[in-house]
Design a protein around this ligand. Sequence first.
Ligand code: HMG
Ligand code: MG
Length: 297
Amino acid sequence: MTNRVTLFEVGPRDGLQNEKEIIDTSLKIELIERLVSAGIRRIETTSFVNPKWIPQLEDAVDVLNGIQRKDGVVYSALVPNLKGLERAQQTGIKEIAVFMSSSESHNKSNINKTMEETYPVLREVVETAAAVGMKVRGYVSTAFGCPYEGDVPLSAVARVTEELLRMGVYEVSIGDTIGVGTPGQVKERFTSLIGLFGEERLAGHFHDTRGTGLANVYAALEAGIRTFDSSIGGLGGCPYAPGASGNISTEDVLYMLHGMGMETGVKLEEVVEVGTFMERILNRTLPSRVLQAMKKT
Ligand code: HMG
Ligand code: MG
């Protein structure tokens, strides 16, 4: 099994979508460019959801059009429907991500549709994006538990993953939206999902709400997963999932992975500087432990 791990940075999107105070577009652009300078090669920059639902990311087109894009870097953005895809096309990005939940009530509260209503909407997005040469990633939310329904059966997670792959997404990120997963469950679920779909088509997306985030990354690594979503400083959370808090932090995951001899191509010291920059912008201490231990004050 390879010791190469890919980090998919979601800070500019998942990290910022829950921030109430609107951050300047120029600072979002600087954040993305700094993360790329630190070695990040896959990054979710923003989202083209309805700005009434997520006001912080209303400037999605300006953010993407303001970045000095670098070759070899995948700049992605979340897209919920064709309207979002039209807006994404104004930026010339080559990759987008679609998303839905594996539990009915979270899906409804997050995107205002039943799961059955969601499939055709996403299929249309994936097919239209593919027709114009875009790659599409997929997310399955509430894969380890739902804020409204509690336990979510593995069969529901497998069904949504299968539907997304069948539509044509190249990778599905399995999300612990509210950070309820524990390592035994994570290892078991990923082992089953890898058996069904293969590890190269799966990624792990963990939130550290209950302090199990890094342990869950470790468990997923043991199961064979080599792509993980993380967020600078441990920022983040879904506004339509009560109790959701920070994503696993990029600094903490890097520290653990590098200590285990894994290669990421990302420079931890530089990521810590980006975390410090974010703390200055938000004027508060961020949850990342490694940021707190390594930052120069
Ligand atoms: P809706 O209100 O049901 O949409 O929202 P609609 O189709 O009925 O349209 C209503 C109005 O919104 C119309 O305008 C549309 O044009 C407009 P009007 O005619 O009234 O003037 N509209 C849009 N405008 C701009 N961009 C769009 C768009 N779509 C419709 N894309 C919708 C449905 C899905 C759009 C809405 O529910 C929404 O935006 N939800 C997004 C919520 C969200 O962003 N949640 C967080 C991201 S998911 C997450 O964090 C989890 C993840 O990290 C993984 C994990 O942790 O599990 C990915
Ligand atoms: Mg998330």
